[in-house]
Design a protein around this ligand. Sequence first.
Ligand code: MG
Length: 497
Amino acid sequence: MSDFERFKEIQKKQKAYALVLGVTNWDSHTEAPKECFPYRSEMLSIISGESFSLSTSEEYKTLVNDLMNQREELNDYQRKEIEKAKKNLDKIDKIPKSEYIEYVRLQTMAQRVWEEAREEEDFNKFKPYLEKLISYQKKMVAYRSDTDTPYNVLLDDFEEGMDMEKYDAFFTTIKEDLVPFVKEVLAKKPKETPAFIHKSYPVENQRKFVEYLLDVFHYNLDRGLLKESVHPFTWNTHSKDVRLTVRYLKDYVFSSIFAAIHELGHALYEQQVDEMFDMTNLKSGASMGIHESQSRFYENILGRSKAFWEVHFPKLKTMFPDQLKDVTLEDFYKGINWVDETFIRVEADELTYPLHILLRYELERAIFNDGLSVEDLPAMWNDKIKSYLNIDVDKPSNGILQDVHWSGGMFGYFPTYALGSAYAAQIYYTMIEDIDFEALIKANKIDKINTWLKEKIHCFGSSLKPEEILVKVTGEAFDPSYYIRYLKEKYSKLYLE
Ligand code: MG
């Protein structure tokens, strides 16, 4: 057996563990009875332990390192598999095991304390944990790299190829070009939110409408499954098992509709990855940013377009005749693109959303690059949201304590959300030169749009890097001006004309 064949054999075993862990995790979030968890977590920790030992065994490490040295003898895809395996190995291999275990324990504790602190509106309770998480991250980066800019390592972990220089250029564009535009829109928008948005919409019919959407988007149910969970998510093992969840809120029908379309974006991507990658580590999307570009493309560019609702609003109206009785298509289109100055990132509209990310990027950058102390974080948060959206934070749960990410030690993650939207806009402007996007939506032929994305992006899985995909599709490196152009075109028409 060659080294590569042996590597594949070990990888297959890792995939078997991942399948068991993944399906069980899916079940934990969707259907598992609440008393099952103590037993379940004990059994799962045994399997995770086995999987970890396999990924850090001497045999596996030797194989990956040897294959890395002989990679010129491998074919293109094999070489990419080895490079990816090597990168993943280096992430865990250089950190002393005892410290890693300590860190996992800290994460678990920090998450629980964050929940309590948020509940009690008490930042000081969470503060020592946040300080520890940050110093741990700095230490772990130091094990892996001798960089003097640790934030760059974290940024690259979540989006390969991105660093502060590139993100600075992106967020400067947002700050200089978008922030003034958002202020103009906010000053001119009507004061009253349309009443139909928060009427009561029976969950049973919301569910039917979401099932209708699965069909409209040509999601393949022979390779997928829809369930409910508290936070919507998409999960997959390979291209033939790609599942998604939604949540139904009685008083906010947009939540289920747009979360469904967002998750469908993630799911269609995974279903359309070429099946030749199923048994490799090149299956699944290229990166966080590219994945989010697809979910946000479907949710915002397609799903919040007027063309889309020209076709599907009549159907929605038949399902909610009372709630939407006097609502015109124009009212509805404005309603689904309602702009508002809000505290909470996850509830923000498409236009103000990047400002929430800009704020987080600036804070993380200051923490890891300029030594900003945790002590000064809340005040800095509040100042920034005031300057970007002109609102005064009234309590920590509306400010510094709102997101789960930092309590899980995830720094460098947030920027990929805004990056995804920006990638989506750049891809969109290429797409409309190639196919008649609006006409296809109006003809209810979203499968043709899916096919375009499949051929240009999805089929490659993660065999291409984010930047390689963007250049291949659009002919250009990442250019944030497309994003600004898209937002200005859309929201000028909605609010300034
Ligand atoms: Mg997403």
